[in-house]
Design a protein around this ligand. Structure first.
Ligand code: DLL
Length: 433
């Protein structure tokens, strides 16, 4: 099912003509309205009229996270506050938050993007949806709320937290669709089990998850525990929030980008050179329809690759590979680049442990050492030290075999790792503590 067949199945030629017109409008808009961009363009000797074709995008300057921080809170906002109808913000991990102001039309477009996302996941006006993303400054809560409202679903704005109540709501209200981060979905599943509630027997049939990296193995685990089909949303505060990209019935490890709203490029993060389709690098987005805070070539730090094909679902929208890591999450252990998601894939294939883990990086002499704490399943933990030691050794050797690094694995007691209600924090850098 599609929400906006015209744009979701548009031919590449038609789409690119549309994109060029929107890009030209946006470039003139930011040049005129946002002194930060006027200055950047002038320094590079670029005038809005120089954008004559889509490939001219490559001439434009990048925008990076610290540009948003330096211009906090509204230095990059192109409209007066009387035209702003909403402001979201993301706390990030360090420093000042990133703000996201919207005009009424920006909100409307975001809502449309979310309606596409949810429709692709199979959500319809018949559904009773439980929105367990944090409702507030975080774009997840209200973004999903608006999209589901546009479709006409019955919405339970549960927000995140109070997990026991989430389960009561699911049971009492007959929730058919769950919105949450993947790690919170797991927390809900675990709590239900503790309470003796089998979620697989409830009417819930679809989950739409995102806001953090999660592997295919994690997707299967969640699907099994809740008895649902797990779909995906991708996005970031700087660009609108969720709804930038979404998966479809193909579930082939790729997401469709709403490319009539955001232009995507992949660059080599070191040389900043634009890479061809199919090559892996840093994802860059340009928002071409927003008016309060359009972004020119925003460096997301997310690592992925792009693919253009007509999907088996019928959509022609550009595809990006599921994001499994950010350049700033990459660990360098004994000279090997490691993403936490690679460890997650391995752990989820080990039946003796729970999908609850943390990675700790320490300094060992001049080198960095990685240790992995993972929870043993209660019945395994009860078997005692010798068994745990065998499991630890097995995981260590799998990690050595697959990723090629030596790590220290510890099987920790059940429930000893903090549960997530939003974005899970799984990497602790003891070198910085
Ligand atoms: O996380 C927006 C969102 C809310 C997306 C709900 C999906 C669902 P931020 O808090 O600004 O916005 O964080 C954006 O989160 O650059 C990625 O690194 C990561 N991220 C978001 N969605 C996914 C996903 C929201 N599906 C940052 N897979 C992005 C992997 C994701 N990473």
């Amino acid at each position: 099912m599609m929400w906006d067949e015209k744009f979701e199945t548009m031919s590449t030629d038609e789409m690119q003509a549309f994109q060029l017109a929107k890009l030209q409008e946006t470039v003139s808009w930011v040049y005129e309205k946002i002194p930060f961009y006027t200055k950047k363009f002038d320094e590079l000797g670029i005038k809005p009229g120089d954008v004559k074709e889509l490939s001219d995008l490559g001439k434009l300057p990048f925008t990076v996270k610290h540009d948003l921080r330096d211009n906090y809170p509204f230095g990059l906002c192109a409209v007066p506050m009387k035209e702003v109808v909403r402001v979201h913000a993301s706390s990030g991990t360090t420093g000042k938050p990133i703000t996201g102001p919207y005009t009424a039309d920006d909100l409307n477009q975001w809502t449309e993007c979310m309606a596409r996302n949810l429709t692709a996941a199979g959500v319809t006006s018949e559904d009773i949806v439980q929105n367990s993303y944090g409702l507030g400054l975080f774009t997840g809560g209200l973004g999903f709320q608006q999209g589901a409202e546009r479709i006409g679903c019955a919405i339970i704005p549960a927000s995140s937290g109070m997990t026991e109540r989430q389960i009561t709501l699911m049971k009492d209200f007959g929730t058919t669709v769950l919105f949450a981060t993947p790690s919170y979905a797991l927390t809900i599943a675990e709590k239900a089990k503790d309470l003796g509630v089998d979620l697989r027997e409830l009417p819930v049939r679809i989950g739409v998850f995102g806001a953090e990296p999660w592997t295919m193995e994690m997707r299967r685990e969640i699907e099994e525990r809740i008895g649902i089909k797990a779909h995906e949303a991708f996005g970031l505060t700087e660009l609108m929030g969720p709804g930038v990209a979404f998966d479809c019935s193909a579930q082939d490890g790729y997401l469709h980008i709403n490319e009539d709203h955001v232009l995507a490029e992949i660059i080599d993060p070191v040389t900043e050179e634009v890479l061809p389709l199919g090559e892996k690098g840093e994802l860059i987005f340009t928002a071409i329809q927003r008016r309060a805070m359009p972004m020119i070539r925003y460096r997301t730090r997310d690592i992925t690759e792009l693919k253009r094909e007509t999907c088996s679902c019928g959509r022609t929208l550009l595809k990006m590979k599921k994001v499994l890591g950010r350049s700033d999450d990459m660990l360098i252990i004994s000279g090997v680049n490691v993403f936490p998601s690679q460890i997650e894939s391995i752990l989820l294939d080990v039946p003796e442990v729970e999908p609850q883990y943390v990675l700790i990086i320490r300094k060992k002499g001049y080198l960095d050492a990685l240790s992995v704490d993972v929870e043993a399943r209660p019945e395994v933990y009860d078997l005692g030290e010798e068994k745990l030691h065998d499991v630890e050794k097995e995981i260590q050797s799998k990690i050595r075999g697959i990723i090629g690094i030596g790590v220290k694995v510890r099987c920790v007691p059940p429930k000893s790792i903090e549960r997530s209600e939003g974005k899970a924090k799984r990497v602790f850098d003891a070198r910085k503590m």
